[in-house]
Write a protein that binds this ligand. Sequence first.
Ligand code: SF4
Ligand SMILES: [Zn+2]
Length: 552
Amino acid sequence: MFFPENFPPNLTEDLKNFLLLAQEKWQKNKSPKNIKTVFRAVLKENKFLFKNIPPIWWLRFILLRWEKNFSPEFIKATKSLIKTKVRSYSGILPVAVFTKPVGCPFHCLYCPETKTLPKSYLKDEPALMRALRENFDPYSQTRNRLISLALSGHNANKVEIIIKGGTFSFYSQKYRQKFVKEVFDAANSDILKIIKTGKENFSKSKSLIEAQKLNEKAKTRIVGINIETRPDFITPQEIEFLRKLGVTHVELGVQILDDDILKKINRQQMVSQVIQATFLLKESGFKITYHLMPNLPFSSPEKDLKTFKKVFTSSFSPDHLKIYPTVIPKESKLKKLIENKVYRPYSLKKLISLLVKVKTEIIPPWVRISRLARDVSEKSILAPKIPSNLREIVLGEIKKLGKKCQCIRCREIKDKPWKGTPKLRIFNYSASEGKEYFLEFIDNNHHCLGFLRLRIPAYILNPKIKPLFSVLKDAALIRELHIYGPATPLAQKDLLFTQHRNLGKKLIAKAEKITKKLKIKKIAVISGVGVREYYRKLGYKLQQTYMVKNLK
Ligand code: SF4
Ligand SMILES: [Zn+2]
């Protein structure tokens, strides 16, 4: 019998009795608001193995598994107690899974190297703790996460898989293919059925292609797969393999754009490799995140600022940014540098002032800063103390200066209603020998409601350059389409949902119009497997892992 992770099976009978008594009491005075009062009263009047109201997701689990014992009204009433911690306000829920800990042959100075953990990670990261419990099994990690999202009130029907664990490209193709196939298998399983019946119901497909095909119409659709790797591992062969897996987004460990410092920190990569990886990935339609590390040994706030400025010149220009100010993990080689007084991390004040400058003076409006610091507990690191609310502190400083950060993250609408009629604005810029168009809908308050990235690739602008995939010949690329809005079920037709869906269609129509005007015959989308159906309805066809449309 399957029980969700972290659920105490020994309390099952008590929890059931608790809910049955609560149901009886609640039926006398039906009001969803008083359900908590009812719970408190039942707790006071009876003896259970627990003293406080149990976590609501435990109760939801009991109600789902023993559904027949409870009335639909009572089940509905308990829903009012779920306070969904909205992890995603863009309608897509992230599901992080870890590969097993063998993934990187390098020894960067700052990298935590704990033998039993994937390199570059510290054990207090929640997704990593889950992975450890499941022995890094991809199916169980995904299934458990989907179950916990479902029990905490989420509609996990659109998910983005974030594969973590250091350098993904270092693992064998065989391991990676099996890993991704099993992630798809878990998404293709009927999660609600597993919760209700306790039977595994493992959807086991024969091949990755079969698993992907099934996912096109599954209840939980994988709308994107995100991996992290080193720029020097990005080769044409690697890109072909990543597409086969269904990867849509690559996070590159860039750290700093300074060959001298890269050498001193033993990174064994060069800035020229970042340029080449960015080029290859963009020309195949991938979305790109750069990881940047201010406060590295041998750097300075001035040098860091130089990197940030350089990052937004045309040879680089990532779409997303994760800023990870250097921390000194207890197990890393950085410790020695500190002891020998070779390295002294910046004061918090210096770091904040650097981040304020980056946010207010450098970041263009088409970039999303998804992280400003690493999410680690103080226990795993020696120094420096970086407050967990660093982003809020930095935003507070920016406000004091009467300025604003223009990045997408600071402007996204979240699940608030928008003001006025959405307006389309378009930016264009040169990047990696091609031309990028950033199309976005904004409301009267400049909130971003949704955006699309269209690329006119170098292989169109320069006949000497050939695309990696034959299907991309003569095709402009849609690299990203993102519409903000609550996690709404795919088939739900409420007003908000329709509005959001229409913005997506309008952005695609505009991208097609721009492409036609440039006399380009085709458009190709690097679509996640779970979004293929959406594009099919708009006249796109699956060709070599891309959704392609011939423009007349
Ligand atoms: S490449 Fe990444 S995982 Fe490998 S040693 Fe360097 S920081 Fe750690
Ligand atoms: Zn911002």
